[in-house]
Design a protein around this ligand. Structure first.
Ligand code: ZN
Length: 130
């Protein structure tokens, strides 16, 4: 029995970033279904879950890797944006301003009162309270 199970899982694609994302999507739709009791959300959740299981058990590695690459192409910029926002929010020693002229982001130390900031890119000067 154990051997049969092991053989079943052998040479399967397994999990990747896309599958993990699908699990999150599945959980979200299932959660919405629990609140709304609307079967449409349950249906979407199950469809996503099925697709995830299908990908995990797939033997077509090339195609699955392609899907994952496609997913990462759009997901990575989102992740980068999110982590840069998170960094700014959790930064206790600096504030971030956008240069009013060229929109370059400028990082300045916090709690210095009103200061004149010089944009490192276009040399525009502007005054901000930090
Ligand atoms: Zn500037």
């Amino acid at each position: 029995m154990m051997r049969r199970i092991r053989e079943f899982f052998m040479n399967r694609y397994g999990t990747d970033q896309l599958n993990r994302a699908l699990m999150v999507v599945y959980a979200l739709f299932f959660f919405v279904y629990l609140i709304t009791k609307n079967n449409v959300f349950l249906f979407i959740a199950l469809a996503v879950a099925l697709y995830q299981v299908f990908r995990t058990l797939s033997r077509n590695f090339t195609q699955r890797a392609k899907e994952n690459q496609f997913f990462l192409k759009y997901w990575n910029p989102v992740k980068r944006k999110y982590s840069s926002i998170k960094k700014k929010v959790t930064d206790k020693t600096h504030r971030y301003y956008k240069c009013p002229k060229c929109k370059t982001e400028v990082r300045v130390p916090k709690n210095k009162g009103k200061i004149r900031i010089t944009c490192p890119k276009c040399s525009e000067q502007f005054i901000k309270k930090t």
